[in-house]
Design a protein around this ligand. Structure first.
Ligand SMILES: NC(=O)c1ccc[n+]([C@@H]2O[C@H](COP(=O)([O-])OP(=O)(O)OC[C@H]3O[C@@H](n4cnc5c(N)ncnc54)[C@H](O)[C@@H]3O)[C@@H](O)[C@H]2O)c1
Length: 443
């Protein structure tokens, strides 16, 4: 895309002044794990922020000052809502009253290896219908390189306004890590890729008002690729460490010991830990966007496919290992009582999306095990046709199991109690680091 016109000088001056004075109004479209903390970040700095979402249940909860996201407290919502600084709404027309529109909608995959960009399209269409001259439009949703320039730009120009001339356009990936209290949205450096130098300048000024460090890149494409580089790096390294765990089992080596030892190297090594694979909305899905885009260019990424395959095989491998533990104790998996401890996709986060623990439950059930689960964050499991009530966390329940599989290392679990009462524990997350007991088998 060859755009040489930079944003009109007056338009640029006026937006920068609005950002500096906090008078610019901001619309955040999509109020989930990404959009909600971001909207609250702007509201906390005094910007009037409209939160636009298509989900009436979510909007109602927010208006009532109720959070649905682990890292966001009710109080963090109720205060700004009461002050009128954060306005959750279903009404897309409010975008027309804003100088900034930031899109944070989901980017799932449709079938295996095909991106579903329908949420982006529908959010961009809402912006197009309400686009005023001089607005800055930023996409934060993770997506394939080229989305902003090849898809969003032409869609927005259907308004009759020209990108880079009548409105500003940029991509800025979100790097929030749910459940990670030491790196909040405002503390993580923000990568910004604008369509023109002026787009970069206004976008950097916007995020600079809530985030300390802004890193500019030369194009939206480069910023889109940055996010996929980061998340694909995780997918591949988790795939590798899971493969290493399976090898170590064959070698009778404790993989955790080897990772800890390798972690003492002060350069060139970064520890990743094995487990049931990857879950959530990001790591299983984002690399597929890259895989798909590469394929459009005739390139089949072997790393992405291989890592995704290894990670998705982990629940099956874990079930095999549970079968082996039971066999040693003279039991068969079929008919055995197995309690899966932890069902969310990661530690201390109340999110079941693509959780590999749920896959483990399914595999164990298919093989005839009598499966129950306990998770301090999930009392009832209702996902992918699987409906189960969580077990009580008690010595009696623990003692009644043939095997307890620690699938997620939630902080709020008394692992000493588990070890005391369970007959056998399969420690998939190394919660019993360094502990020696005939009851413990590590991944
Ligand atoms: N969850 C994470 O940890 C994380 C981290 C970094 C980046 N991302 C990326 O950010 C994007 C959003 O992810 P999320 O986890 O916040 O998703 P989410 O599902 O938690 O929230 C998305 C919200 O968008 C709303 N929505 C859907 N279509 C809409 C539309 N047309 N208009 C207005 N609202 C709409 C949904 O109702 C929902 O409330 C994705 O691209 C994701 O890959 C997520």
């Amino acid at each position: 895309m060859n755009i040489t016109v930079s944003g009109g000088a007056e338009m640029r001056k006026s937006l920068l002044a609005g950002i500096r004075s906090r008078k610019a109004r901001i619309a955040v479209i999509g109020l989930g794990y990404v959009g909600l903390p971001l909207a609250l970040g702007f509201a906390a700095r005094g910007f009037k922020t409209y939160g636009i979402d298509t989900n009436p249940v979510r909007v109602k909860k927010l208006l009532d000052g109720e959070s649905f996201i682990t890292d966001v407290t009710d109080a963090a919502i109720a205060g700004p809502v009461k002050k009128g600084l954060f306005v959750p709404s279903l009404d897309e027309a409010l975008i027309g009253a804003c100088q900034v529109a930031i899109i944070c909608v989901p980017t799932p995959i449709k079938r295996r290896y095909t991106p579903d960009i329908s949420f982006i399209i529908s959010a961009v269409r809402a912006v197009t219908r309400n686009l005023a001259k001089g607005t800055l439009v930023v996409l934060e949703s993770t997506t394939y390189p080229g989305t902003t320039e090849e898809l969003i730009l032409p869609e927005l120009e259907k308004s009759g306004l020209k990108a880079g001339k009548d409105f500003f356009l940029a991509f800025s990936p979100e790097r929030v890590d749910p459940g990670n209290a030491s790196h909040s949205v405002t503390q993580i450096p923000k990568v910004v890729g604008g369509l023109t130098p002026a787009c970069n300048e206004v976008t950097a000024a916007l995020y600079g008002s809530i985030i300390k460090q802004i890193h500019l890149v030369s194009s939206p494409r480069a910023a889109e690729m940055t996010k996929l580089l980061e998340n694909t790096f995780r997918l591949i390294n988790i795939g590798w460490v899971n493969e290493a765990a399976m090898m170590c089992q064959a070698f009778k080596i404790d993989v955790w010991e080897a990772i800890d030892a390798a972690g003492t190297k002060p350069f060139g090594f970064m520890p990743f830990y094995p487990g049931l694979g990857v879950g959530g909305h990001c790591i299983p899905e984002d690399p597929i966007y890259l895989y798909w885009k590469a394929k459009q260019h005739g390139y089949a990424s072997r790393f992405i496919k291989l890592s995704a395959d290894i990670n998705s095989a982990m629940p099956g491998y874990a079930a095999e290992r549970i079968g082996a533990i039971l066999k040693k104790r003279g039991k068969k998996l079929s008919g055995a009582r197995v309690l899966v401890l932890g069902v969310t996709y990661k530690k201390d986060v109340k999110d079941l999306r693509k959780s590999p623990s749920v896959k483990l439950i399914e595999v164990l059930r298919r093989q005839g095990a009598e499966v129950s689960f306990y998770d301090p964050l999930i009392p009832f499991l209702n996902i992918d046709g699987l409906q189960m009530e969580g077990a009580a966390f008690s010595p009696r329940i623990l003692a009644a199991q043939d095997c307890v599989a620690v699938a997620v290392d939630h902080s709020k679990v008394d692992y000493a109690l588990v070890l005391k009462h369970a007959r056998a524990v399969f420690d998939i997350r190394n919660v019993y680091r360094g502990k020696v007991s005939p009851k413990i088998t590590r991944l």
